[in-house]
Each structure stands twice: as C-alpha cells, then as structure tokens.
Design a binder for this molecule. Structure first.
Ligand code: NAD
Length: 442
C-alpha cells in the first residue's frame, strides 16, 4: 500500500473514500460508517457518558504520504482546525523517501499509592522492596486478562515527599497494560495493593490512582528534511525558531501546541483519551523547566534532523475505542497491531506537524499556505450562507485580506451581487417569455 497520493486534497470526498477503500482495505460498511452523518447512535452514546442528549461531529481528514519504519500509512485525524491535516501530509511528503523512524518503550504505566502517617520511613521502604515479589504475585495472581497477555505488575518505585501535610511515601506501581491505555486497569491494581502496603508499613493510604505522567511509556520518532528541499536559509531559520522555543516557555507552549494539534487529532479519531496525552506531554515537557517536545539540528550533510520524545498512553482496547464505530474504522485505516504501533504513528504525526508549522512560520507565515480554508472559516463566521461562503472566501483570498471585518463587508457585497444577478436573470426570462408569446401571436 502506498500513502503518497498527490492531489488527494483536490479530489471530491467520494473519490477520496474510494481510494481509501481500495488502499486501506475498508469494507463497504466501513465506508458507510465514515460517511454517515450519525455513525454514533444515541443508544451507544448513552452507554459512554451520562445525561446524553446528542452527539457532536468533527471532520475526519486523512494525512497522506506517511512512511513509518519503512511502512506507508494513512493517518486519520479528527479536528476542527484547518491546516493541521495539510501540514502533516506536507511534512510527511518532504520526509520521503526515508520517512520517519519511530520506537517506543514497553507500555508501562505508573500507578501511585499515597501513604501517610508512616512512623519509620526507612524500615517501610526496605520492607516494601524486600516483599516486592510477594506483592507482585498477589497483584498478578488474580484472574486477569492483562497478566495472561504478558502484562501486569512489573516493578515498583518508592518516592519520599515532603509535603505541607508532612512526610509521605509515594509508591509507584509499574504496570504493563499491553494494548490498553490502562487507567482503569492501573487504578484497580492500586486499590487492590493499597491494603497490603498499609499493613506492611503501618501507614494509611489516601490516593490510589494512575499518574498521567507516563514517563515509563516514552515514544520517540525522528525524520530528516533535506537541504535540497528546504534550502539552507530555511533550515537556519527553523533552528533559530527552535532555539527561541528552547529558551522561552511562552514560545515553547505554542511550539508544543503545534505538536499536540496533530497528536490530539489522531487520539480523537481513534477515541483515545486525548486529555491524558495532553497532561502527560506537558508534564513531561516541564520536568526540567518547560521545554519543547521536539528537537532540531543540522546533520553532517546540512539537512534538518528533527526528533520528538514524549509519553503516550494510547490503547487499541478499552475505554471508548471499541465502542465508537468510527474509531474502529480509524484503527483499520491505521493498520496497527499494538498500542505501541499506534503510539509510534501518533508521535510521528506530532513531529510532522511541528516541523510543518515551523517551516511555514519562517517562510510565508502560518496563514499564507492555507488561506482558502481559513478564509472559508472566516466567511462562515461573518454570516455567509451556502453559496455565499465560497464567493466571500474567494474575495478575501484575492484581496489578501482575510479578516473578520472585511468578511462582514464582503458578505453584504456578495449578497447584493447575488440578488442583482437573480433579478437580471428574472428580467431576462420575463423578456424572453413576452417575446415568445408575441412571436406566437404573430
Ligand atoms: P478498560 O478497563 O476499559 O480496558 C482495559 C482492560 O481490557 C484490561 O484490563 C484487560 O482486562 C482488557 N484487555 C483485553 N485485551 C487486552 C489487550 N490486548 N491489552 C490490554 N488489555 C486488554 O480501559 P483502560 O485502558 O484500563 O482505561 C482507559 C479508560 O480509562 C479511558 O476511557 C480513560 O479515559 C479512562 N480513565 C482515565 C483516567 C486518567 O487518565 N487519569 C482515569 C480514569 C479513567
């Protein structure tokens, strides 16, 4: 399967769906699910959250040109912001033929058990370490799908914290969650192990909960963008922009927002917990003072080498992923075999988007490349309806002034023009009818 399709963006939606069906091996019913307006039935939605009254739709776009660890991939992205899908595809196109290389840690999540009122901290710590194998066999001994699949409790970390309310011992359970995001699984482990730890340490447990700083589940990806494609000056300017982000948290926040634009979009398309990804990514970025999640340098050939590193807790099972029909089709399009595979794709898309945003900012500016979609959004915001939207957007792009105030004026002008055209057409047709009648009389 090849994902490098030129001009995908120019095709009508039906044609794009046909290509997807042929290349990603989707069934007729998958296509129906994607194209259907209410794929998520109210009955299903009602099983997902409380007090359901409806569902909300988002566009799903396909990022093309991705090649990850030598394999071509289509990447479904669900997002309301224009330019993100185009940016990802463009960066992936420029990264070919080599594409992206990605790797990931085992899917180890951290569960935290907070213990207070421990009288002898040193003894408590020693006892936990000494009795770890016993704790492990208790935790993994119960009937558990996770353990059968090779997951379960794998290790332990102890951290002593000096807090406003005294010394606390924080026990980290390192749990391999296999192909799950893992929050429910980890929380269950924490709740089950806490009473044993209380008994062992004489302490009292307070919180028993997953940490979203999934620092043991790191994903890494890298790609090289060639000097011949970018030009030396653009590479230097991207390195300047990266240096700025490294030195300034105000800039780093926006830099990382660009990364998360893409990451969240894939997380949402697959119904994964994107809040968990956000929390984890930003906490990781802030571990040693808030920093960019990506890094860039010039390699020995003068090309731009980019990389990304972040924690990603994604799942193929559990949560809403299995329940949402569109998420199931999205996973089929992604053609991934494990949560690690999915996390690697997600990281590559994050790097791609960040690179594309930097390139655009140091060259034509972030709005220039995707003026048409931006203008369409602004036209819609300014009150344009149906056929007016395209006409207003066209005017704004031609004038190079994509502003809300100009769009409001343009809506009025376009409406006036449309009305004038309609009146002219009406007069013409009345004239023709009169002429026709007169000719028949004669
Ligand atoms: P889950 O409990 O729905 O599913 C995981 C379970 O699926 C495993 O325990 C296992 O029994 C089973 N399973 C079957 N096949 C598996 C496989 N191949 N690999 C792994 N497990 C397999 O889901 P979860 O992933 O434990 O929890 C995710 C949900 O928890 C998400 O909806 C998330 O939003 C929510 N959540 C998040 C937080 C947080 O991030 N702080 C807190 C609470 C809940």
């Amino acid at each position: 399967m090849r994902s490098d399709i030129s001009g995908f963006y120019k095709l009508p939606v039906e044609r794009r769906l046909r290509i997807l069906r042929e290349r990603a091996g989707l069934s007729k019913s998958d296509i129906k699910t994607l194209a259907h307006n209410s794929a998520l039935l109210h009955e299903t939605a009602d099983m997902m959250i409380e007090n359901v009254v409806g569902t909300i739709q988002l566009p799903i776009g396909i990022a093309t040109h991705f090649k990850i660890n030598g394999v071509d991939k289509f990447v479904p992205m669900a997002i309301e912001e224009s330019s993100v899908v185009a940016a990802a595809s463009y960066a992936a196109k420029l990264a070919r033929p080599e594409g992206f290389k990605a790797s990931s840690d085992e899917p180890l999540m951290i569960g935290q058990i907070q213990l207070k009122s421990i009288k002898n901290m040193e003894k408590a710590k020693k006892d936990i370490v000494r009795r770890f194998e016993e704790l492990k066999s208790i935790a993994n001994g119960r009937e558990s799908v996770l353990v059968k699949l090779g997951g379960g409790l794998k290790g332990i970390e102890l951290r002593e914290l000096d807090t406003d309310r005294g010394k606390m011992l924080i026990v980290h359970l390192l749990i391999d969650v296999r192909d799950a995001m893992g929050a429910n699984a980890v929380n269950t482990y924490c709740e089950e192990i806490a009473p044993y730890l209380e008994e062992l340490t004489g302490g009292k447990s307070v919180l028993k909960i997953i940490s979203n700083l999934a620092a043991r589940r790191i994903v890494r990806a890298r790609a090289v963008w060639k000097k011949n494609d970018l030009g030396k000056e653009t590479i230097d300017r991207i390195l300047d922009a990266y240096a700025f982000a490294k030195a300034d948290p105000y800039r780093a926040a926006t830099h990382n927002k660009g990364v998360m634009n893409a990451i969240d979009a894939v997380m949402i398309a697959t119904c994964n917990d994107w809040r968990a990804a956000e929390a984890g990514a930003h906490a990781y970025a802030a571990l040693n003072g808030y920093k960019p999640l990506t890094a860039y340098e010039k390699n020995k050939n003068g090309d731009l080498a980019g990389k990304i590193e972040l924690p990603l807790a994604v799942g193929l099972v559990g949560g809403a992923t299995r329940m949402h029909p569109v998420a199931q089709v999205a996973l089929k399009i992604l053609d991934v075999n494990s949560a690690r595979d999915l996390a690697e794709v997600v990281a590559c898309v994050g790097l791609a988007n960040n690179f594309a945003a930097l390139r655009a900012m140091v060259k034509e500016g972030i709005r220039q490349g995707h003026m048409k979609l931006h203008a369409t959004n602004i036209a819609h915001m300014a009150g344009a309806k149906e056929e007016e939207i395209a006409l207003v957007a066209k005017r704004l792009v031609e004038e190079g002034n994509i502003s809300y105030s100009r769009a409001r004026q343009a809506v009025k002008q376009v409406r006036y023009d449309i009305r004038k055209k309609k009146i002219k057409k009406l007069i013409r047709s009345v004239r023709q009818r009169v002429q026709h009648k007169t000719e028949r009389k004669n």
